[in-house]
Ligand binder design. Structure first.
Ligand code: SAM
Length: 225
């Protein structure tokens, strides 16, 4: 059975999609997608040997070798000419790492119409990348599993405009304001306030002052939202 987190990612994959799952580890997500008849084919990419081997093993065990190709490659280098990938999933990494994967092999996205990205932290980096690269946020979800908070971002090609607060918090998440969302950002504000108190007690340097001001700005931004 898939984790609640990966199930959420899977729920945004369009039926009939050809999926590339990058950083697939055990390939649980592509196996689930093909089993359920959601994806017609899939590529599972892994850059590390151990996870690559468990992906190969899992695909074999589930009898899906004809539908899922496992490749050992760095990020989107796992996508080959002729794969005709229509959707890419990247889950379980930090936002900046997801962005670096998207930036490194842009040609791999040529046939792709949907990105389903699940950053563990710093989703902001993904929204900034999307804005700059003409991807628009179609949907966003925040969820909690085993005491950890995850975000799922669904991108389609298109233009969007986002305010500073929307880039940080997520335009959809900000308008829905689910309990998990409110809890996450209340904790974040409490952290920032703690850092500010530490700064106030430390030596007064220009750097410390700048950091203090930046945090005041962030706290105000989030509180207003
Ligand atoms: N996607 C799975 C999930 O969400 O449960 C696995 C997440 S696991 C925490 C992250 C995986 O990404 C690791 O197996 C790691 O080897 C892989 N990874 C990290 N950087 C990568 C890259 N540049 N290209 C391919 N895989 C990468």
């Amino acid at each position: 059975k898939l984790s609640k987190r990966l199930e959420k990612v899977a729920s945004f994959v369009p039926t009939g999609a050809v999926v590339a799952d990058i950083g697939s580890d055990h390939a649980y997500l592509p196996c689930y997608l093909v089993h359920k008849g959601i994806a017609s084919r899939a590529v599972a990419g892994e850059v590390v040997k151990g996870p690559y081997e468990s992906a190969v093993k899992q695909v074999r065990t589930e009898g899906l070798t004809d539908k899922i190709t496992v490749r050992m490659a760095d990020g989107l280098a796992a996508v080959e000419e002729g794969d005709e990938i229509t959707a890419v999933t990247i889950a379980g990494m930090g936002g900046p790492l997801i962005v670096s994967i998207l930036e490194k092999h842009p040609q791999a996205l040529k046939t792709v119409t949907r990105l389903i990205l699940q950053p563990n932290i710093h989703a902001k980096a993904i929204r900034e990348w999307a804005l700059a690269n003409r991807w628009a946020i179609q949907d966003e979800v925040i969820l909690e599993e085993d005491g950890k908070v995850y975000e799922v971002l669904v991108l389609q090609r298109g233009e969007m405009k986002l305010t500073e607060a929307e880039i940080l918090l997520g335009p959809k998440l900000m308008s829905t304001k689910s309990p998990v969302f409110v809890q996450k950002w209340s904790r974040e504000i409490a952290n920032w306030e703690r850092v500010q108190q530490a700064i106030a007690q430390a030596e007064s340097t220009p750097e410390n002052q700048a950091k203090h001001e930046e945090l005041t700005h962030l706290i105000k931004l989030v509180q207003e939202a």
